[in-house]
Structure formats: C-alpha cells, structure tokens
Design a binder for this molecule. Structure first.
Ligand SMILES: Cc1cc2nc3c(=O)[nH]c(=O)nc-3n(C[C@H](O)[C@H](O)[C@H](O)COP(=O)(O)O)c2cc1C
Length: 198
C-alpha cells in the first residue's frame, strides 16, 4: 500500500512512466531500425499472399492479433498507406474498430505455424500470446506488435468502410468469397513508421 501523499504518488507514477518509456525506446532501438518505406526491397505480393502477416490492434493490456493474407500497400492522399481487411465476426474486429492504430507484422519462415495458429484460433477463447510464445512489443500508445517480428508497419487509421455488395462490378466475387455475406471492413492506415529487424 502506498503511504505517501497524492502529489508524491503522481510524481512517482510520472517518473515510472518516463523510465518505462526510455526502456521501451532502448528495447526498440536494440531490436529494430526504422527504415523508409521507399527502401523496402521485399515483394509484398508474395509476402502478404504466401507468408501472411499479423494484424494487431489495441493497447498492451487489451489487444488482439490475427493472421491475414489479404491486404495492400501503396500511396494514397500523398501518404504511404497500408490497407487491411477484417471480417466483422473476427474478435480482432472489435479492436480495429475501437482503436485508432493497427500494426501489420511480418515474420520469417520459422513462424509459419504460429501465424497458422493465429489464423485458426480466436482471441475470444484462446490466449494467443501464451499459446504461441509471441512477445508483445509496445511501439507507442495503442500500437502493439511482437518482438519476434521481422518487419512492422505502424499505421494510423485514416479511413474505414465495408465492402458493399451493391458496388461489385464483378458480382461473381460475392458468391466465391462471401457465401455468408460477411463482407469485410477495410481500414486504410497511414504508415507512420516501418521497423525492420536489426
Ligand atoms: C492464411 C490466413 C489468412 C487470413 N486472412 C484473413 C484476412 O485477410 N481477413 C480476415 O478477416 N480473416 C483472415 N483470416 C482468418 C482469421 O485470421 C481467423 O478467423 C482468426 O482466427 C481470427 O482471429 P480472432 O477471432 O482472434 O480475430 C485468415 C486466416 C488464415 C489462416
């Protein structure tokens, strides 16, 4: 039990927050370097489609992550952007809706089974972190990724909407991809930072 006065406790909390922040920055710097998106050499058609990524949203004490193999990277409104697609019944959806940021994390081939796990189990009834050994890494407020990631895009939501059935020019896509009519919600995020493993 804290026995000091409120001002003292506030100062202590503030001090601890500053220490935590410095530790976090040190940890980030030792694990990752920030790189310019234009210097990326990966083929993201292959990486997203074949190697997959984790979409993560929330704060360190309240977040969820899921595997995704649909998404895009590019330029919009003169900004580097990432777009991800989340079906409304995913548990992750509650987090991508609530929070202003999301991260896209890519891993090397050794993590394939972990990404498979995160894409076949729900955070509603499974603690994906303890089951996989992924170690959460706070990039900033409400921006969580994982220490084991190889490449991370830290994104701020700019625009979100549902895929609308009436807007399909190729209606056969609906039959193939949405038999349950559970149309994705997509999030266009500005890429604020791109981190690559040191
Ligand atoms: C390879 C792979 C790719 C996936 N891509 C997507 C995707 O792009 N969008 C989506 O909504 N679900 C996708 N999923 C399904 C979710 O990852 C899966 O339903 C997951 O269990 C949801 O977890 P959650 O309920 O904790 O959010 C994919 C699953 C796998 C295995």
């Amino acid at each position: 039990m804290f026995d000091g006065n409120i001002e003292q406790r506030f100062t202590n909390d503030l001090y601890q927050t500053q220490i935590d922040y410095i530790c976090l920055q040190k940890q980030m710097k030792s694990l990752f370097k920030t790189i310019a998106v234009e210097s990326l050499k990966d083929n993201f058609f292959r990486r997203i489609n074949r190697e997959w990524m984790l979409i993560t949203a929330g704060s360190t004490d309240h977040f969820n992550t899921m595997t995704a193999s649909w998404g895009t990277l590019g330029i919009l409104w003169n900004k580097p952007i990432a777009v991800c697609f989340v079906r409304p019944h995913r548990y992750t959806f509650q987090f991508t809706e609530k929070y202003n940021y999301f991260t896209l994390s890519f891993f090397n081939k050794n993590y394939r089974s972990i990404l498979d796990f995160c894409g076949t189990h729900s955070g509603r009834d499974t603690d994906k972190v303890s089951r996989t050994g992924l170690i959460p890494l706070e990039l900033g407020t409400d921006r969580v990724s994982f220490k084991q990631a190889e490449l991370i895009f830290e994104c701020r939501k700019m625009y979100a909407d549902y895929i609308k059935p009436e807007n399909f020019i190729m209606q056969d896509i609906i039959k193939k991809n949405y038999p349950g009519l559970d149309f994705h919600r997509f999030y266009i995020g500005e890429i604020l930072n791109c981190y690559s493993r040191e």
